[in-house]
Design a protein around this ligand. Sequence first.
Ligand code: ACO
Length: 330
Amino acid sequence: MSLYRSRIAGTGSYLPEKVLTNQDLEKLVDTNDQWIRERTGILRRHIAADNEVTSDLAFQATQRALQAAGKTAAELELIIFCTVTGDQVMPSSACELQNKLGCKTIPAFDLSAACSGFVYGLAVADQFVRTGMYKTILVLGAEIIHRYINYKDRETCILFGDAAGAFIIERAKENDANVILSSHLRAEGSLGDLFVLPAGGSKIPFTKKVLDEDLQYVRMKGREIFKNAVRTMSACCQEVLDQNQLSAADVSWLVPHQANWRLMEAVADHFSFPKEKVVSIVHEMGNTSAATVPTAFDVAVRDGRIQRGQLILLTAFGAGLTAGSCLLRY
Ligand code: ACO
C-alpha cells in the first residue's frame, strides 16, 4: 500500500530557436521533402545553438514548468534529469542544472534510458512521492542529440532534433483524483544493437580511430526499430490499462514517444485507439529522444487539448531496448 500519491503540478518545454527544415537537409544528403514527410511526418527540427548545452535547454523548460506550477526552484527537493546527451559524462547534467537553478544541496541525478528516459523518470519520481521521501520533484527530459548525428547519413539525420520538457511532480492532497495511477517499465538488452552510439564509453574510448570511423555518431537499424517499437509500445499501453481495469475508450489522450507519425499511428492501431486522440508534434520537432513525451504533453496542455481531470496515457520506446507506459489523471 502506498502512503501518498503524486500529481503533476505544472509542465514546461523549450525548443531551441534554430530550425532545420527538410529543404535544408536536401542540401546535405540525398533525400527529399516528400520522402521525409511520407515516411516520418517530420517537417522541421529545432537545433541548439553552438553555445547551448543540454542543461541550458533543461533550465528554460524548468522555468516554464515552475511558473505553470506556481512554485519556485527553492521548493524543489529532487532533480531527475533524463538524458543520453548530457553536458558531459561527469559531473551529471542534473548537478549542472541544480547549480543553474540555485537550489543548493538537493539531490540530483541523471537517468539513462534513451527515448524512454522520461517515462522511466516519471515512474521513479512517483515512487519517491509514494513512499513519502520527497514532496516536490523536478523530472525532465532534455537532449542535444544533433551533436551525435552524422549529417552524411540520410537514414538518421532526417529524424532527430533537440528539445527539453519538464514536469513538476508534487504530493497530491488526500482526495485528489488527479494523480499518477501507475507505470509499467520494461527493457530488452538482447536487442541493444538495433540503436547504438558506439564511442565515448569504456567499450570504445575516444581515439583518432573513433573520428576516422565516425563512431561518435548514432547508428540505427531503422526498420527493425520500427517493428519493435510498435509491438512494445502497444503492449505497454495495454498492460497499464489492464492493471487499472480501464480500456482505451476511457483515455482522453495518448502521448506517445514522438519518433515518427507512421509509428505513432501504428501503435494506436495495435490497441484500437483513435488516431484523433494521439498527441503529435513530431512534424515540428522530429525525434528529441527523452524530451519528446514531456514536450508534446506540455504543448497539448498549453494549446488546450489536455485538460485537468482527463485520463492521459504516456508511452515511450528507445535504445536499450527500453520501453514503458504511464497512466495518469491530469
Ligand atoms: N531519403 C530518401 N531515401 C531514403 C532515406 C532518406 N532520408 N533514408 C532511407 N532511404 C531509402 C533507403 O535506402 C531504402 O532504399 P532502397 O529501397 O533502395 O534500399 C528506401 O529508402 C526504404 O528504406 P526503409 O528503411 O525501408 O524505409 P522505411 O519505410 O522503413 O523508413 C525510417 C525508414 C523512417 C527510418 C523508419 O524505419 C523509422 O522511422 N524507423 C524508426 C527509427 C527510429 O525511430 N529510430 C529512433 C531510435 S528509437 C526510437 O526513438 C523509437
